[in-house]
Design a protein around this ligand. Structure first.
Ligand code: SAH
Length: 352
């Protein structure tokens, strides 16, 4: 699972530029270096992606910048669900599309961000991998999703989860730069503790995330308690022992001092039986791991896959609880607008 090169344009859009990159860019335009911070703050603190809006800058500079730069994303559709979940469909400069979802829940506003167009992992229950990986998103394309949703919301969202389209740890360099932009004190100042990177990936990628010391949380999309079941449900994940991935999660928890979440989509007859719960408990107990069970949200490309009954879900929960595993059962959001987990951008690309 090597990182693919990000397929971005030559000059990254403003939303992807670090303070240093912005300084280089402005100095090359014969501007004084102090302008860099002004522009950086306008973009990252106030979400101004159009240079003509930056009224603190001289008009001539605004115009010259506007001629050279275009935003990374264009909002082409916004759909609100009855429960307040809002789905944003963005078009990239090359015409590809990704989605970002805003999920309000009490006093939380969580933004679900995409990291790739398509996905190579091909979880059987997830729409993002149906057509495989198309390409990695650039730093700007990742960072700008949050800037735009924040502008739409009128305030800084409280949480970010990398649970949109794509496998974040296969685009880790671009993602890490986007996270550094969001968390920069001269920018949005987003707390990394409120950012969760979700992965179906490999132990070595988790170790690389540990080394980067970004301060973010980790969620591991396990979905199965043994190698055979996991190979069936998560066929695009590299071969390897499921236990090794859990072990990498434990290393992450020990190094960062924060518990790791294991995500487990429950599917009737596939991974919801008592013996699956027993094995899962053995795998995670005493390892600083919290298990989040997610009853399957049905997807049209796999009509045979179904969520277990409420009773079966609770039986699963109880087995884990009895074995002293910290566990929650998630409720589904945004189903009426196909913004629920695993449905992103599929309906449109399949022409439904
Ligand atoms: N590739 C990363 C990020 C994608 S988010 C990863 O696998 O972690 C993946 C999460 O979306 C899964 O863990 C699961 O919680 C959720 N998901 C995807 N499809 C789903 C479906 N059909 N029903 C319920 N949850 C789903």
């Amino acid at each position: 699972m090597d990182d693919l090169p990000a397929d971005g344009p030559g000059t990254p859009p403003l939303s992807g530029m670090s303070l240093d990159a912005m300084r280089d860019f402005l100095v090359a335009m014969d501007e004084p270096p102090y302008r860099a911070k002004q522009v950086f703050q306008a973009v990252q603190q106030r979400g101004q992606l159009d240079p003509t809006d930056m009224t603190a800058l001289p008009i001539a500079l605004r115009q010259r910048m506007a001629e050279q730069l275009t935003p990374a994303l264009a909002l082409i559709e916004e759909q609100a669900s009855d429960d307040g979940t809002t789905k944003f469909l963005f078009e990239l400069a090359d015409g590809k599309r990704v989605e970002t979802v805003l999920i309000p829940e009490g006093d939380r506003n969580t933004v679900c961000v995409s990291s790739q167009v398509g996905c190579p992992i091909r979880c059987v229950f997830c729409a993002s991998g149906v057509e495989g990986l198309i390409r990695n998103l650039t730093t700007a394309e990742i960072a700008e999703q949050l800037l735009l949703v924040r502008a739409r919301l009128g305030e800084r969202p409280s949480h970010v989860v990398l649970m949109g389209m794509g496998e974040p740890l296969l685009n880790l360099d671009a993602l890490a730069d986007a996270i550094r932009l969001w968390t920069n004190r001269d920018g949005m100042g987003f707390s990394p503790r409120r950012i969760t990177v979700s992965t179906a990936g490999t132990p070595s990628k988790v170790d690389r995330l540990i080394e980067l010391e970004l301060g973010v949380n980790l969620a591991i999309s396990l979905h199965a308690p043994d190698d055979e079941t996991r190979a069936r449900l998560v066929p695009g994940s590299p071969k390897g022992r499921t236990a090794d991935l859990v072990e990498a999660g434990t290393r992450f928890a020990r190094k960062t001092g924060r518990d790791v979440t294991v995500e487990y989509v429950l599917m009737a007859g596939e991974n919801d039986q008592p013996q699956h719960a027993e094995r899962l408990a053995q795998l995670v107990v005493g390892r600083h791991i919290h298990v989040n069970l997610i009853p399957l949200n049905p997807v049209s490309h796999q009509p045979d896959l179904q969520a277990p009954s409420g009773n079966a879900c609770h039986r699963f929960v109880n087995i884990l609880r009895d074995r002293h595993v910290s566990v929650t059962l998630r409720t589904q959001r945004g189903e009426d607008i196909a913004a629920a987990c695993g449905q992103l951008a599929m309906e449109r690309s399949l022409g439904e």
